[in-house]
Design a protein around this ligand. Structure first.
Ligand code: ADP
Length: 393
């Protein structure tokens, strides 16, 4: 009987490299866009080694190694934000690559050996997928529980807010209605399906329900946190911590966070700090928050073209940052309202797709005031927008 596992072991480096490359390049696996090559590779060599050991005739066959490696793989992919379909695709690519490496060996085998080899490889890979999904679901459920306990905590602070301000609360309640309805709907569907058919626990549609629940949960959490941030400012409880900072360093740290978002939408991100002051005295966290908000808006509302940031000394007493995009633009009559909480200048559908809260600019304008600065918008519908923040040196 032939032992094709030896080929797998001998060529494991090449197989892993080809696998990682295929996963990384696959257009249908979007989660890798924000990951480094190393992060994608991380648990794959172990999965392959486990598969090769189990398939080997000479070693004692122990499925437990595949189970362990796949569990670890599933947890990692849950953390990295993979969708279930993307994991399934990852294993499909592996199956394809394994067979292409074994082709020569398999063609030399008898039909019986060939049949046995194909069956065995399929069984082991199927087992790996099942285990991987299992731990993936587990990872996602844990995240869901964390989200729930965070929601509970913010809820307590929200209760205090109710007493302070009735108006903003009714507005918030209105904003929470859509994501909450979706959380309840999908969670209910998930539980009902599971009750009717417990074996379905890890099925694709259930995993997708969990994804939707989490997406809405995260949005609610952001809505609540942003509202609390505004209420903290309005109650005069936001305190500045000014220090002397290196402007370029601060901008670079923001760009590092934002860069994957721009790459994801294939927008070019241009930074010009040539005329920036070297040092200023300000609260770095607040400035970071302002720039992150403006840059993510610029990316969110731009489908193609460029997002650019320019930092320069504006006068003897002031410095400025301008963020320009080639996106949707904002109609003149909406420009005075975009700094109001919950105001969205886009259609309901676009607003819901963008996963925004309608609070970003309201927070930005408050932070700019807190820093004794000024914010200006210059925009043309269909052409793009420029937001400029002017701050004291
Ligand atoms: P959101 O979470 O909806 O992005 P913001 O308060 O950040 O909330 O922005 C309010 C509205 O202003 C957005 O819904 C959008 O209509 C508009 N807007 C903000 N930034 C831009 C931009 N760079 N280009 C076009 N429209 C924008």
């Amino acid at each position: 009987m032939m032992d094709f596992s030896q080929t797998l072991i001998n060529k494991s480096d090449a197989i892993v490299e080809q696998w990682v490359e295929a996963v990384y390049q696959d257009e249908q696996i979007e989660a890798t866009k924000e990951l480094t090559f190393k992060a994608v590779r991380d648990s794959l060599p172990r999965v392959l080694k486990a598969l090769a050991t189990v398939l080997s005739e000479s070693e004692k066959s122990d499925l437990q190694t595949v189970v362990d490696a796949s569990l670890e793989h599933g947890l990692l992919r849950a953390e990295q934000g993979f969708e279930p379909a993307e994991i399934a695709r990852e294993y499909r690519l592996l199956r394809f690559i394994i067979f292409s490496f074994l082709e020569e060996d398999l063609l030399k085998a008898s039909s019986l050996e060939l049949l046995r080899a194909v069956r065995l490889i399929d069984t082991v890979i199927d087992e790996a997928i099942a285990r991987c999904f299992n731990s993936y679901t587990h990872g996602r459920l844990q995240e869901l529980e964390q989200l729930q306990s965070q929601l509970r905590l913010t809820n307590q602070e929200l209760t205090r807010l109710v007493r302070a301000s009735k108006d903003s609360l009714s507005q918030l309640a209105h904003e929470l209605k859509t994501p909450l309805t979706s959380i309840i709907g999908y969670a209910d569907l998930f539980l009902r399906q599971q009750r009717q058919n417990p074996e379905l626990k890890d099925s694709h549609s259930n995993l997708e329900s969990i994804e939707r629940v989490m997406k809405s949960g995260r949005l609610i959490l952001r809505l609540i946190n942003d509202t609390l941030e505004i209420s903290r400012y309005d109650a005069g409880r936001m305190i500045l911590q000014p220090t002397v900072i290196d402007v370029r360093e601060l901008i670079n740290s923001v760009i590092e966070i934002i860069e994957p978002l721009a790459r994801n939408k294939e927008l070019s991100l241009i930074v010009d700090c040539e005329r920036a002051p070297n040092q200023v005295t300000t609260d770095p966290l607040r400035v970071q928050q302002i720039l992150t908000n403006l840059l993510s808006n610029a990316i969110r509302y731009t489908e193609s073209g460029t997002v650019s940031l320019q930092c320069y000394q504006e006068s003897e007493q002031t410095w400025a940052v301008s963020i320009t995009d080639t996106g949707l633009g904002i109609a003149l009559e909406a420009q005075s309202q975009i700094f109001q909480p919950y105001f969205r200048a886009v259609s309901e559908q676009q607003a819901s797709d963008s996963q925004g809260t309608g609070l970003g600019l309201a927070i930005v304008s408050r932070l700019v005031q807190l820093l004794h600065g000024e914010i200006k918008v210059d925009s043309q519908l269909g052409k793009g927008s420029t937001f400029t923040v002017i701050l004291p040196l």
